[in-house]
Ligand binder design. Sequence first.
Ligand code: ADP
Ligand code: MG
Length: 671
Amino acid sequence: MDLQTPISNAGRFYKMYAHRLEKLGIITLEDFLYHIPSRYENYSLISRINELQAGEIVTIQATVTEIKNEFTKNGKRLQKAKVEDGTGEIDVIWFNQPFLINVIRKGDLLSLSGKVDWFSRRLVLQSPEYETINDDSPTIHTGRFVPIYPETKGVSSKWLRRQIYKTLQEYRQNLLEYIPDSIIQRNNFYAFSEAIEKAHFPKNLEEARKARERLAFDELFLLQLAALKRRSIWEKQLVGHHFTITTFQKQIEEFWEKLPFELTNAQKKAVKDIFADLASKKPMNRLLEGDVGSGKTVVSAIAMYIAHLNGFQSVLMAPTEILVLQHYQTISKLLEPFGVKVGLRTGAHKGKDEADILVGTHAVLSDEINFKKLGLVVIDEQQRFGVEQRSIIRQKGKNPHLLTMTATPIPRTVALTLYGDLDLSYLDEMPKGRKKIKTWLVRSEKRESAYEWIKKQIENGDQVFIICPFIEESETMQTIKAAQKEYQRLQKEVFPNLKLGLLHGRLKAKEKDGVLQKFRDKELDILVATPVVEVGIDIPNATIILIEASERFGLAQLHQLRGRVGRGEKQSYCLLFTEIKNSQTIERIRAMETMHVGAELAEFDLRLRGPGELYGTMQHGVKQLKIASFSDFPLIEKTRREAEKIFPKLSDYPYLWKKLKYLTTKEVSPD
Ligand code: ADP
Ligand code: MG
């Protein structure tokens, strides 16, 4: 047995707990050590009984003279002990723990930590932590700073504390230092084993802080190294398809000329980056990050055209059927005039893989799809796909070029940590003529007048999205029922004279297509939708978006939704409805009124709500950090610098190498 032993193989006792511990992310014995306390209880003040005062949190060391079960006046069970320490005597009480009289016995020498309080007009120690004093080992639940852990049903802090202590005792000598000495010196860090130990059992809060500082560093430092390693693996991949660009100057010119607009400078720069990648021997691995509406699709279209001109096929994969249908239309319109055959593949459309460009949902991952000569893979809204899906699609060609796209505003520093193996292009500029979307928070008392205002706008020819509340992460029946109900209510009670349509993820492909087409053709005034329209829908004539229960969304997500309007020259509006009165909630939503850049909103939300919201629910395949935080930008930068200093000479640091290898085989695929 060692630290890598899974809990389920660590003996009968642990086996019983394996399932419960999994909920806390504890899979191996080592994970116990990385289960870091959420806080500490200060029980370090050791007092004599004759000095105790009501209200104090103290520890006493005393001998039990009596223990018994009693009933209170209102019939509750109570356990009462008398203890004395030579200076005096005090009662100790617990509630509803009748087993205690079998655990604690007369004559035991106990260490007791808890609050001194009045009970039945006597000073007592109430519901304290307790443990027997033993010459061989220090106390762990009392008489010190005591760690309090994230718990789950059937796994208390006290239980965890005992196991963690035991694991530390047994394996301390296995916690070998793996970080280069120079880094430890420069940063004045604790040694590794010391950091682990003091994160759990510090003498004071300063020790706990220093321990966490070291462990947070390690966590991000290893992520940085893993990213650098993936990058170097990628760079070593040799590849056959370097595309020629110069030969096709004429065709490229024609493509630009046929576009109804000129590219923004940011788009031009991204295209230049991509051309350089495509022309190089190693496969492209580029993330195109751009706020909603910044024009990523056309950039991917030119890349696919280049692939076609070089005699290669491309595949464009997007997460929802609705988005795929729209991409199919856009790409066809852009490229079919140049003789490019575009195919469509979703659950419902069985387009062929013989097309020059295949546009599809994850249906393109199916075994049946085989390309003759796949040269370029484009993944839109890449954060919606797992690492595995990304690698399946790439394996349908021989080291094809890869272009991933996202509108999730990930701060640059964080993107480098997560995707250090990618090259990044940012579309940080909007197409000309776009106006800021006027955004208002609308409280319940203003609901009716907001509806009236919308009616007037529709009379002037505007079209409106109404987004129903976000009920659950994935689109469950519950969400759909709520949307159907709201659609009926709006049609009957609010907008009886207008034409409404309903869009949700469970409609058949044909129906979705039909509703969207009607909305595009202005046969519908209002499109009531579940949050599925969040990604990618592009209907320039829609200028108003109303979002129900806006407090349930992250700001980055609200920004994505808002991006459904403001796509043309006309002034657009976003109305954020909420029934919540809480001032913090209001303030958070209000940020939408003044901030209009996705990355800024994401950082603001990150500081307010922590990274869980942004990266936990949106970034599939991204590891949750245990100790460090993605909002700690200085630490992210520092770990990056330190990692670059020693990479790739990792062979000088065998333990670091081992740790990294263990980490990367466990959770980082070469993708
Ligand atoms: P996203 O980056 O959100 O995927 P799209 O590619 O859907 O954005 O583009 C949004 C809209 O902007 C589309 O209607 C597209 O035709 C238009 N567009 C793209 N680039 C430009 C540009 N340089 N100038 C004007 N309009 C543009
Ligand atoms: Mg898009």
